[in-house]
Design a binder for this molecule. Structure first.
Ligand SMILES: [Zn+2]
Ligand SMILES: [Zn+2]
Length: 255
């Protein structure tokens, strides 16, 4: 399975407008982050952040191959680019699927009242496995804010789990997330730096990952004032171990 990180910031991009902090002034291209989204096997998109149009153009993604869109939850940083995605041309599949739980679809609908075309909604029940392009896909509920939010699990020969926004993974949802090949977690805050009520910290993520034992663990949804990519990478390697990393925009992993 191929995973391309299209964006790895939290709710607002980095650098922040007018900000002169160390991260926003960094010359390291890995410190320039747009809102969170990933592309699986060139064809399955997870989330439609406000920057999605430019992310797809800048990373030279062949958008004619996109045949499905999944959405973790209906917060602005994950859905406000949906409008741009409704103009996808020369599609290899006429009606790309919008594979989505009903409550997330309702949340998207509150923001996007126009037709969903060319996307064809396929409503899925949480914890139910559906198969798309030989990948078994399931949504499972996670605690984040007051709106419904899901983690996404994808299983082909390897297993990928995506949890960009999470304050707690309920005990009841942990079993299917154990021993996966790649676990991607919320990196919004580092201890008290950037901490909010609706996101767990990188330290809490490391603790969770040590319990779940993925082969590889990457943090995305990187918040402001947490640290530069270099500092955060050093932190997770020290506290987590060699299989812990910080994602960055344009990073491609093959698992
Ligand atoms: Zn978010
Ligand atoms: Zn969110």
């Amino acid at each position: 399975m191929k995973i391309l990180f299209l964006g790895t910031s939290a709710g607002w991009p980095l650098p922040r407008l007018g900000c002169d902090c160390q991260i926003c002034q960094s010359k390291d291209p890995r410190d320039k982050r747009l809102r969170p989204a990933v592309l699986i096997n060139d064809s399955i998109l997870i989330d439609a952040p406000p920057d999605i149009y430019h992310q797809l153009v800048n990373l030279k993604v062949d958008t004619t191959k996109i045949n499905a869109l999944l959405i973790t939850h209906a917060h602005p940083d994950h859905i406000h680019g949906f409008y741009d995605l409704t103009h996808l041309y020369n599609r290899q599949i006429k009606e790309p699927k919008l594979i989505i739980p009903l409550d997330v679809l309702n949340g998207l609908r509150q923001f996007h009242s126009l037709p969903l075309k060319p996307f064809k909604p396929e409503v899925v029940q949480p914890r139910t496995v559906i198969e798309h392009q030989k990948i078994k896909i399931s949504y499972f509920p996670v605690e984040h804010s007051r709106i419904p939010c899901y983690g996404i699990k994808m299983k082909a020969d390897k297993i990928f789990v995506y949890l960009p926004d999470i304050v707690r993974l309920p005990r009841s949802e942990r079993k299917p997330v154990r021993d996966v090949h790649l676990l991607v977690l919320d990196g919004s805050s580092l201890s008290k730096k950037g901490q909010t009520r609706i996101h767990q910290s990188i330290e809490e993520g490391i603790k969770l990952a040590k319990e779940l034992k993925p082969k590889l663990c990457y943090f995305t949804h990187i918040g402001h004032i947490t640290g530069t990519h270099k500092q955060l990478e050093a932190f997770v390697q020290k506290e987590g171990g060699r299989n812990f990393h910080i994602a960055y925009d344009g990073l491609e992993l093959e698992i």
